[in-house]
Design a protein around this ligand. Structure first.
Ligand code: HEM
Length: 411
């Protein structure tokens, strides 16, 4: 590892720690502490993929200050110096999450507020009662599809299926199309050869959904998006739908899987059902503090030369939000957390881009965990807890599979 040289251009630094070292290790607290020590503070240089460096912001106060200051830190990757100078190849695995699109995620200021309006208003207009019923039915349907006796992989056969089907349901998208969209999103996040083709397929499916809703409006998010003055045309509606389906998929899957993992392995959360003293909402919160689904959140780009956490940062550098690291910062009050109902964690982000779907995401995650524990009452891990493999992603930290033995009860 190079000695940190304040002011040294990011791209000149070599032998950097890969960002994925923080998400694929057994002890992320130790990994973040090593970075803090090596870099003498809460901002460290890391490698996103070979030859692509970025700064990881790990301090609770520093991270909140960055995301609240849109004048200096942009969400738009057009400001990325490495991209502008051609350092990011066409085949880079970073393309699906870094390539700029015309949606709320990649915009700042007034454009962001205009494009975020339909998301916030659309979500606020959803009926909690109807949502709870529909999500519950989807979860039951997925449990019905499981083998009657284990072994079952709760990640592939359940946690990965729930988000796409439930979020697609909010848009009035039929389950068979939800299945196809799910395959597309998996290809997209996998950054494989077929990712561009699958992205076009997603656009085609969603354009069909938009056209159907134009002729037959319904009480769902697609119609709410079409009617919202914040969207100027169907292209913007499409971009917002793609954003919602993409943003909800991996995060929810990891949140559900991590919560099921601790409910099955941690005696504190052995479910009130099974005599543990903390329930499902406590387990959901514990994951948001200790293992937030987006452990490392991309990205802000600096609009000026600046200093963050004593580290000199050049204009156009990429800043990754170390949400998991910042949650562990003593400033976060992490020591008080779950038992006291403290929700000051950063798992959903903070500031103008904070997740607009927190209420809906919790409803889906809680229903998914509740349904699984209720319908698989004797679920037991099929492998020792220490042998659960982790996903290879540098952004999210969660189980790659969760093999259980269980008897499925009939609904
Ligand atoms: C129904 C599921 C979900 C949907 C539809 C959804 C949607 C979104 C959208 C549209 C944004 C971008 C907002 C903007 O840029 O203004 C966003 C941001 C974000 N979401 Fe969610 N989300 C979901 C679930 C989750 C979950 C489960 C988590 C993790 C616990 C999460 C964490 C975040 C974070 C960290 C950000 C970015 C904050 C930032 O960069 O400052 N989301 N979400």
């Amino acid at each position: 590892m190079t000695t940190p040289k304040t002011g040294c251009p990011l791209e000149k630094l070599t032998d950097l720690t890969p960002l994925s070292a923080t998400t694929t290790c057994a002890d992320p607290a130790a990994a973040y502490q090593r970075l803090r020590t090596d870099w003498g503070g809460p901002v460290a240089a890391v490698e996103l993929e070979p030859g692509v460096p970025a700064w990881l912001v790990m301090g609770y106060r520093e991270l909140r200050a960055v995301v609240r200051n849109e004048q200096h830190y942009s969400r738009n990757s057009k400001n990325w110096r490495l991209l502008a100078e051609g350092h990011i190849g066409a085949g880079s695995g970073l393309a699906p999450i870094m390539s700029p699109r015309d949606n709320a995620y990649f915009s700042d200021g007034a454009t962001h507020r205009r494009l975020r309006g339909p998301l916030v208003d659309g979500l606020a207009g959803l009926s909690e009662h109807r949502m709870a019923r529909d999500v519950g039915e989807t979860c039951d349907l997925l449990i019905d599809r499981l083998p009657a006796d284990g072994p079952i992989d709760l990640v592939a056969q359940y946690a990965a299926q729930v988000p796409m089907l439930t979020v697609a349901g909010l848009f009035g998208i039929a389950p068979d199309l939800g299945d196809r969209l799910q395959a597309c999103v998996i290809a997209l996040f996998g950054s494989g050869e077929d990712s561009a083709e699958r992205f076009r397929e997603m656009e085609t499916i969603l354009t069909g959904v938009i056209n159907e809703h134009r002729t037959a409006p319904a009480e769902d998010l697609t119609t709410a998006f079409l009617n919202h003055p914040g969207h100027r045309d169907d292209g913007e509606v499409l971009a917002s739908m793609l954003l919602m389906l993409g943003a909800g998929w991996e995060t929810l899957q990891v949140w559900i899987a991590q919560t099921l993992r601790i409910m099955l392995t941690d005696p504190r959360f052995d479910g009130k059902v099974r005599g543990g003293h903390l329930g499902i909402d406590d387990a959901l919160d514990d994951v948001l503090w200790r293992d937030p689904p987006m452990a490392n959140q991309p990205t802000r780009w600096t609009l000026t030369d600046t200093v963050v956490g004593d580290q000199r940062i050049a204009r156009g550098d990429a800043l990754i939000l170390g949400l998991a690291a910042a949650n562990r910062d003593s400033w976060a009050g992490a020591d008080k957390r779950v038992d006291s109902g403290n929700r000051a964690h950063l798992a959903f982000g903070v500031g103008p881009h904070a997740c607009p779907a927190q209420r809906v995401a919790r409803l889906i995650a809680r229903t998914a965990v509740e349904t699984a524990l209720h319908r698989l009452p004797d679920a037991r891990l099929a492998v020792p807890a220490a042998e659960i493999r982790l996903r290879p992603s540098p952004w999210t930290r969660g189980p790659a599979e969760l093999l259980i033995n269980a008897t499925r009860t009939v609904c």
